[in-house]
Design a protein around this ligand. Structure first.
Ligand code: SF4
Length: 148
């Protein structure tokens, strides 16, 4: 049987890998080769540490938990339209000077609009005579990534 800390690490890694879909607690323990008792202890521990969220779910007539990561690694899509990336003042911008991200209206607007209008992802048009339309993500990943 793996040590509890190893199991916590492996469980957390696995849960993070499932992203917004999450994983049934029973499937996770099966995957990690742990007993359900040990698995329950570890998932409660991870929840107490604020690393995962457990939601009750009815599966084949029995209540179980689905485990979701509280935080996901950031993806490049979340910052692709950040004004700092193409800002001509980027090299001079510094929190200790007058030109600072602390008081930048462009950055403030971008932060305040996060989740309202996800950055369009440019795609190549299939027909060269038809202009490409920005594609919208199917999920609300930008807003959810802001959840703490
Ligand atoms: S914080 Fe504002 S001024 Fe600084 S790099 Fe970003 S957009 Fe430019």
């Amino acid at each position: 049987m793996p040590k509890r800390n190893d199991l916590e690490q492996k469980a957390l890694h696995y849960v993070v890998g499932t992203g917004y879909q999450g994983v049934l607690q029973s499937d996770l323990w099966r995957e990690l080769g742990a007993s359900s008792r040990e698995g329950s202890r570890v998932s409660i521990k991870l929840e107490e540490k604020g690393l995962i969220r457990r939601e009750k779910e009815l599966q084949e007539g029995r209540w179980t938990y689905r485990l979701y990561p509280k935080r996901l690694p950031a993806s490049i899509e979340t910052i692709v339209d950040c004004p700092c990336l193409l800002c001509p003042d980027n090299a001079r911008c510094d929190p200790t000077t007058a030109l600072s991200p602390k008081s930048c209206p462009k950055l403030t607007d971008w932060i305040l609009n996060l989740g309202k209008s996800p950055a369009p992802i440019a795609t190549a048009p299939e027909d060269p005579n038809v202009p490409a339309e920005p594609s919208m993500p199917e999920d609300d990943s930008v807003a959810e990534s802001l959840d703490t």
